[in-house]
Design a binder for this molecule. Sequence first.
Ligand code: GRG
Length: 308
Amino acid sequence: MTSTTNQGRVTATPAFDLSGYLKQQQAQVESALEQAIAVTYPEKIYEAMRYSLMAGGKRLRPILCLATCELVGGTSDMAMPTACALEMIHTMSLIHDDLPAMDNDDYRRGKLTNHKVYGEDIAILAGDGLLAYAFEFIAVQTRQVPPAQVLQVIAKLGRAVGAAGLVGGQVVDLDSEGNPDVTLETLNFIHRHKTGALLEASVVCGAILASATETDLQRLSRYAQNIGLAFQIIDDVLDITATQEELGKTAGKDLQAQKATYPSFWGIEESQRQASQLVLEAKAEIADFGEKAQPLMAIAEYITARKH
Ligand code: GRG
């Protein structure tokens, strides 16, 4: 990799060690999540919440939040409560998505799904518990950030998970199942909301916590929207090409459920090309940040290179 100094000289910069970076950030997030929820009476619900929250996963949303906060000049301490809350919300959406009333899945993150272990009633409540606690956690645990920014983060996240975000995307997804006439526009709507909204909020909330300018918020938001769509395109490709062991969940579910997917419109190769194009556009949005943007640049590339 090369970069240009302000004297116009082109100098070599050491390649960014994404794998080391992800490992280090994942360890920090795991430790913060581990401490976030204590098991107390009634133990059953806290155990169910912790079962899915601590079941692994890439921790992509918290890592994006921490990386963006640091890019804009904040610290990981400022962003960690929001990073944990993002993972709580993501996890609750997976618990509810796996329920028999929705995707009816038996495996997630390489383990039995929440309702398979605790029953449907407790799984619904574990999701509800995680969702409510996520917002409490941001409000109570955030330090060194002005209250106006904390409020902005809470509002942004509320919008991302509600009917204008994840919930709305899921409703259109459920409605579209088995419908052979789903358009590409509808598919984009589903994924911009179901997957894209929380990824975008992860990036933008990290930037809000560090008091980013409006211009920076906008380009980071566009970066995140592009990687969000690329992420989902690759998710659809992996559903066809990866094994259950690689995915940690049932493979081939989309075909089985007769779901419209990007490969069903474009085929696998064109889907991969479209995802790569979105990643290029995402990287262009943050190029002006220079070397500081290395983690976000490398995460964008990882989105298309990942195997699970
Ligand atoms: C949010 C109130 C509320 C309700 C939930 C069920 C539902 C509404 C929405 C579905 C959201 C959903 C399951 C979207 C799919 C997102 C996605 C691509 C998940 C896989 O993410 P990864 O690969 O998973 O980051 P890991 O396990 O690595 O975290």
